[in-house]
Write a protein that binds this ligand. Sequence first.
Ligand SMILES: Nc1ncnc2c1ncn2[C@@H]1O[C@H](COP(=O)(O)OP(=O)(O)OP(=O)(O)O)[C@@H](O)[C@H]1O
Ligand SMILES: [Mg+2]
Length: 258
Amino acid sequence: MTARVVVVGNAKGGSGKSTAAMHLIVALLRLGHSVAAVDLDLRQGTLRRYLENRRARTDAEGGALPMPGMAAAEDEAGLDALMENLMPRHEVMVIDTPGSDDVLTRHAHAYADAVVTPLNDSFVDLDVLARVDGATLTATGPSHYAEMVWEQRKRRAMRDGGSIDWIVMRNRLTNLDAHNKRAMAELLADLGRRFGFRVVGGFGERVVYRELFLSGLTMMDLHDAGNGALTLSHVAARQEVRTLVEAAAGPGTLIRTA
Ligand SMILES: Nc1ncnc2c1ncn2[C@@H]1O[C@H](COP(=O)(O)OP(=O)(O)OP(=O)(O)O)[C@@H](O)[C@H]1O
Ligand SMILES: [Mg+2]
């Protein structure tokens, strides 16, 4: 066995990386997979703290919540050792990265089978993928992050001949401003063709994504957590998460139950 490696990255802070990482981890666990979670955001440690909250909750309640293996690395050698140790022992590894470009983040991208980039639905955040000409709404060139992913694709190919599936996921979508939303969708599709990513589904702007952090729960746990009936928003959110999981899992065999 060698794990499928999913790196969640975006050189912009606050785009929803840790939220997406946590939901991916729990959704995959609930599909019966063995998952390792790696938090490379040493300063904030959002994913680590989310999982600690989950551990505390499950301890308090008698251990019903599925938990991933957890690991952290402080430098490139540490990450290499961790990958060598964990890749043969898990089906999936999900690596959360900080919203800034550093050597360790770059190094992690070179391990990726899939890179998931959450993108807030605004032209400000789009800047992380490409330089955009505001007058014509066309891309004038790749951004620093798009170039970085390109570099790591080359490194990955040289190391083991593998390729990186780059997935951009729109986040915090609202029903407001349909015009802007459409313009973003068209621009993103164009950028995807030029810079080699695909755009999948996306998460809506939902309070529930924010509320769950302290309890260590995700949308995928709510059924079992005694929280009563699911609201329509919960059902829609679970579907959003499933769409992301299917994309990140790739065309292989990861999704074995529905
Ligand atoms: N779809 C959503 N709906 C509502 N709130 C969201 C959504 N996605 C993320 N958030 C909130 O946005 C904030 C940033 O999310 P998150 O911490 O996941 O981003 P990040 O990219 O990991 O940030 P950083 O770069 O600082 O690590 C958090 O408060 C989170 O709860
Ligand atoms: Mg984060």
